[in-house]
Design a protein around this ligand. Structure first.
Ligand code: MG
Length: 405
């Protein structure tokens, strides 16, 4: 099976390549396909991309800038003269990787930057293993409609959505009318139980310590503010065609129950496992089959107890506002997402405080609902979504509240 990966040097990208190594190390079968990596895109981690490219003999590569592309070429010239892949950069490069001759594109890239390449792949009829949740948050209606038209599968990689997908027995085959609600679990992040006031002084270093999952920077901060769960509510809404009031968020600190589905007879089907992203990644690569796994087996007796509690919407206001964005739809989720991406970047660079992420996201969302400059649109086109996203980012950079340090 031929695949391409956007964001190959990030957390999900490197784990995807590890899954490919593991699948290719075993006897090939219909459950355990041999995977050929045809194209890889990364940002500026040129050294790691070069290693990956040589190891998997990848023919199409993309990096962030022309300088990165030159650096990559020079590495190959020094280390591996016979190897001569096509090298691209920037947005065009991402699209070239996304539309390479493959069956499946893994979108492991972080942020809105994944939207255009994902749509380009869908237009070519390439199935998507979706780890780039921002794409669905900002333009879920457009992406899902296009996928349906092109008969393209969107296979969730996000652990919660993979769990729901499995509990629904594959998104296409479920009995819709029997579904009552989706129970989306959240670890609660590192600051579970803290008050809004006590969150004020949290530093980026503290926010980067996630209790159960080891992830990239942006998603780790999103997990600490619970915005990640908010984004996942919207992601689930689009992936499984449910309304926000059919999604319940439950905090489950052990991260063993990855999410669940409640049917109308009261039966709840949950998917469980040790927290390891390689499991949902592998399922997206082998679906509809399951391959063997090197992941540590779940030992329920060893774990002992699993606990659940309601989220604290007062301390973690982003989650409440994500539900608001989910209900309103239109351009509001794109604005929320653009504002959040920008605010998280400012926080990671010590420009704003932890709670300022929430303040800023809420402020931009409120502004958007009354704005003449960037009015709320209920049924936006792709261009409308991109404009709203850009407006939200600029608004935050120009009018950041919470005091720049
Ligand atoms: Mg998740």
């Amino acid at each position: 099976m031929k695949i391409a990966v956007l964001g190959s040097t990030g957390s999900i990208g490197t784990q995807t390549l590890q899954v490919v190594r593991e699948l290719n190390s075993r006897q090939e079968s219909s459950c355990n396909p041999h995977v050929d990596i045809i194209a890889l895109a990364a940002g500026s981690n040129v050294e790691l991309l070069a290693e990956q490219a040589i190891e998997f003999n990848v023919s199409i590569l993309s990096v962030k800038t022309p300088e990165d592309a030159l650096k990559l070429k020079n590495i190959f010239k020094e280390q591996c003269k016979a190897y001569n892949p096509q090298i691209f950069y920037g947005e065009e490069g991402l699209i070239n990787v996304a539309t390479s001759p493959v069956m499946l594109l893994v979108t492991a890239i972080v942020g809105m930057i994944g939207l255009k390449p994902t749509l380009a792949a869908i237009d070519k009829g390439i199935d998507i293993a979706l780890a780039n949740k921002e794409t669905l948050v900002a333009a879920g209606d457009i992406v899902m409609k296009r996928a349906k038209e092109k008969n393209v599968k969107i296979l969730p990689v996000d652990s919660e959505h993979s769990a729901i997908f499995q509990a629904l027995n594959g998104v296409n085959s479920r009995d819709r009318s029997a579904l009552k609600k989706i129970i989306l679990t959240a670890s609660g992040g590192p600051f579970r139980g803290m008050s809004f006031e006590s969150l004020e002084k949290i530093t980026p270093q503290e926010a980067m310590q996630h209790p159960t999952w080891n992830m990239g920077n942006k998603i780790t901060i999103d997990s600490a503010t619970l915005m990640n769960k908010g984004l996942e509510v919207i992601e689930a809404m689009h992936l499984f065609d449910v309304k926000p009031n059919e999604i319940e968020v439950v905090v489950h600190p052990q991260s063993i129950v990855h999410s669940a589905v409640m049917y109308k007879d009261g039966s709840v089907i949950a998917q469980m496992g040790n927290p390891d992203m390689k499991v949902p990644i592998q399922l997206a690569l082998t679906y509809p089959y399951r391959a063997d796994s090197y992941t540590k087996e779940l030992d329920l007796a060893e774990i002992g107890s699993l606990t659940f509690e309601r989220p604290d919407f007062g301390a973690f206001k982003c989650l409440a506002h994500a539900f608001f964005a989910a209900e309103h739809g239109g351009t509001l989720p794109a604005v929320m997402n653009g504002a959040n991406e920008t605010a998280v970047g400012l926080f990671l660079n010590n420009k704003i405080g932890f709670n300022d992420i929430q303040y800023n996201v809420i402020k931009v969302m409120q502004e958007h609902m009354v704005s003449n400059e960037c009015p709320f649109l209920k049924e936006p086109s792709l261009d409308d979504v991109l404009i709203a996203d850009k407006w939200a980012r600029t608004f935050i950079l120009n009018e950041t509240i919470g005091g720049l340090k």
